[in-house]
Design a protein around this ligand. Structure first.
Ligand SMILES: [Zn+2]
Length: 112
């Protein structure tokens, strides 16, 4: 499962961050997951629960914020939310659109 390796790299990053800041523990970590990032939020939550065991994040609160997918229609320039790759433009029904948001997978905040 792809989410397990993501969870493992989040833990790695947090441990590096903690040692850079000479922190003994992390109380909270916040992640942003775009709906179009290919990451299933529920799977990531589950993967994080496993990955944090015995790590600096073991006692941390893990907050995952879902970011809506956003596209701009190439024909009529309407901006619209799309939760998958196959949503047509709500204005002109065109499938010709560009994804402008929702592909991110970011660590936005770490509290020590
Ligand atoms: Zn359109």
């Amino acid at each position: 499962m792809h989410e397990l390796s993501i969870a493992a790299s989040i833990v790695d990053y947090a441990e590096e961050f903690a040692s850079e800041h000479q922190a003994k523990s992390i109380s909270r970590i916040e992640l942003e997951v775009g709906q179009l990032s290919g990451v299933v939020t529920d799977s990531l939550v589950f993967a994080m629960e496993e990955a944090v065991k015995g790590s600096i994040l073991e006692k941390a609160q893990v907050v995952i914020v879902e970011i809506a997918g956003k596209s701009i229609c190439n024909k009529c320039h309407t901006e619209f939310d799309n939760s998958d790759w196959y949503t047509p433009c709500p204005n002109c029904q065109s499938m010709d659109s560009e994804i402008v948001g929702g592909k991110e997978l970011l660590i936005t905040k770490i509290s020590i």
